[in-house]
Design a protein around this ligand. Structure first.
Ligand SMILES: [Zn+2]
Length: 563
């Protein structure tokens, strides 16, 4: 990997003199927070050919001005490197814009009402898809629940002729109505697949809730109905979803996006976009599949690095060790405090994870493993230790949410990146102590600061569409750890502003081997910037999330401007 990267950097450096001929834009009269320790603040930035050609005092930068230079006055606004979303899902984010958004529903009745309305507007037999419900966040507990989850009864009544499939906010559980279960052939007698569960009531009847791998039973039926669409209809739908997702990201100041697990169809589509020059922001993708399918497909994408002028890279392989905490799928060392019958699930066997590690080594890709529970994290650290043998290949643990205190220093020791999401902490806080108990939560849950101080590289993101993709909201959570109800979740573990900003820019770039050209405002890097209407180093912490994005600039061009 290092050899490839060095030769790439050499070519890139050799191209420098050519920029001198390209037209220049100078952004001036801004308060540029550079995230560059050598020069933390600047007054102007010059851009040539999509890259920063000068940064510093206005007089110095303006000295390179010629007749053809375009000078843009930023009106004294705060400017910083564009946000690097460290872990989210582009296609799902786009589809979430197309489907029912259930995150704002205050209770189950509201979810059912949204489905009933959709059923009226949707031709009979067509699927109604939604995402984002979360039983722990509702103001009223539904009358009919099993292990805290609603059952399909009301849903089946609201839409008897449409298959309905509503994914939990975490993505690790979902609820189906009777019609969807019938199409999928699920009955009370259906067996639980390995690594998942079909939730049943005390009489053994299916409740409509499908946990972890059991979700596949219904998604397969949905996929079958989608596959019946014409290839062109599918392609148009996908292009539309991806475009919506990119627009959403740009409107929130994101200039680079790390996709935590892409399917081949989406990868081919973004590759086409890159070739057409239609990627609005830069993408860094993790491939997803089992070892055999990856070995078969990856050779086609071997050189997919900085394609389309630095807009598309396939850099990682995504895997899952466990599920999520909300659905009690996170794999714990000891049972759940609020359900001692379970310690969660291991969703990809340790042998299969080891096989994926070998594929990552063979194809020089970073291995990025989802681990939420303390057991899940420990097993992944053990695997990384065995496979890395002391090498620094920037392998990543995605989420790294609940750690046994003994495992905290191992991230820095093994050079494993903690790819975390600030906003998860404040949105999960209402149920973390229930699930883990006070002690485990205090010493091991979302321990941003302990990880940072131990020397680990911590990057930031949102896991959108699990959460809103807004980096500003996630930054606010990272520095305050205060939830919507005003309570703070172990605020000792908050990061400082400078650390939080770094986690969302330079560290996230580092987590993808991209810090040579992203993550700070420095000569030679991509001119990816965001202009805000507040100074993130000074605005009140509880106001960070309300800061407005005024402009998002990618490769020196304004790709989003606030209306
Ligand atoms: Zn994710």
């Amino acid at each position: 990997m290092n050899r490839i990267r060095l030769s790439f950097l050499f070519l890139w450096a050799a191209a420098v003199p050519l920029w001198a001929q390209a037209p220049q834009t100078i952004y001036t009269n801004g308060r540029f927070y550079t995230v560059d320790e050598k020069q933390p603040w600047a007054e102007a930035v010059a851009v040539r050919d999509g890259r920063i050609s000068a940064v510093g005092k206005a007089a110095e930068v303006l000295a390179s001005k010629s007749e053809t230079t375009r000078v843009v006055d930023l009106g004294g606004k705060f400017v910083m490197p564009g946000f690097v979303e460290g872990h989210a899902h582009l296609r799902n984010l786009g589809e979430a814009q197309l489907n029912l958004k259930l995150g704002s529903a205050r209770n189950w009745d509201e979810v059912v009402a949204m489905v009933a309305k959709a059923a009226k507007e949707t031709p009979e037999g067509q699927w109604i898809i939604g995402r984002g419900w979360h039983q722990e966040k509702w103001d009223i507990i539904p009358a009919d629940t099993v292990r805290g989850f609603p059952t399909h009864a009301l849903l089946s009544k609201a839409a008897p002729k449409h298959p309905v499939w509503l994914t939990h906010a975490s993505g690790h559980a979902a609820i189906a109505n009777q019609k969807a279960m019938a199409l999928a052939g699920v009955t009370d007698q259906s067996a639980n697949p390995e690594g998942g569960e079909i939730l049943r009531d005390t009489q053994g009847r299916v409740t409509g809730i499908f946990n972890e791998t059991a979700e596949g039973l219904i998604s397969a039926a949905y996929a079958k109905s989608q596959a019946a669409l014409s290839a062109d209809a599918r392609r148009q739908q996908l292009r539309k979803a991806l475009r919506l997702a990119m627009m959403e990201c740009l409107s929130k100041g994101i200039t680079s996006f790390q996709d935590a697990g892409v399917d081949w169809e989406t990868l081919d589509q973004v590759k086409t976009f890159a070739e057409e020059g239609k990627l609005g922001l830069r993408l860094w993708m993790m491939a997803f599949g089992d070892a055999a399918s990856l070995r078969q497909r990856l050779p086609e994408y071997r050189n997919l690095r900085q394609a389309g002028n630095g807009f598309l890279t396939l850099g990682g392989i995504k895997a899952y060790s466990d599920g999520a905490l909300g659905s009690r799928g996170a794999w714990l060392l000891k049972p759940y405090s609020d359900d001692p019958s379970t310690s969660g699930h291991n969703v990809t066997s340790l042998d299969d994870l080891a096989a994926l590690a070998d594929v990552a080594l063979e194809f020089e890709l970073q291995l990025c493993v989802h681990a939420i529970g303390d057991r899940g994290n420990r097993e992944v650290l053990n695997l990384f230790e065995r496979k890395l043998k002391g090498r620094d290949l920037r392998w990543r643990i995605e989420h790294a949410q609940h750690l046994n205190p003994q495992d905290i220093p191992r991230f820095a020791q093994l050079k494993v990146i903690a790819s975390m999401q600030g906003v998860h902490c404040t949105s999960d806080a209402p149920f973390v102590i229930k699930r883990l108990g006070e002690q485990r939560a205090k010493h091991g849950a979302y321990v941003w600061r302990s990880l940072w101080e131990s020397g680990a590289i911590v990057s930031n993101g949102t896991d959108a569409p699990v959460e809103d993709v807004s980096p500003l909201a996630s930054l606010q959570s990272t520095v305050t750890r205060v939830s919507r109800d005003g309570s703070a979740f172990f605020p000792d573990q908050a990061l400082t502003r400078a650390q939080a900003i770094r986690s969302y820019t330079l560290n996230a770039a580092y987590a993808a081997y991209e810090e040579p050209f992203k993550g700070s405002l420095a000569v030679g890097k991509f001119a990816d910037m965001v202009v805000l209407d507040g100074d993130l180093t000074q605005v009140a912490a509880e106001k960070i999330g309300q800061t407005r994005v005024l402009q998002t600039i990618v490769a020196g061009e304004v790709r989003y401007r606030a209306p």
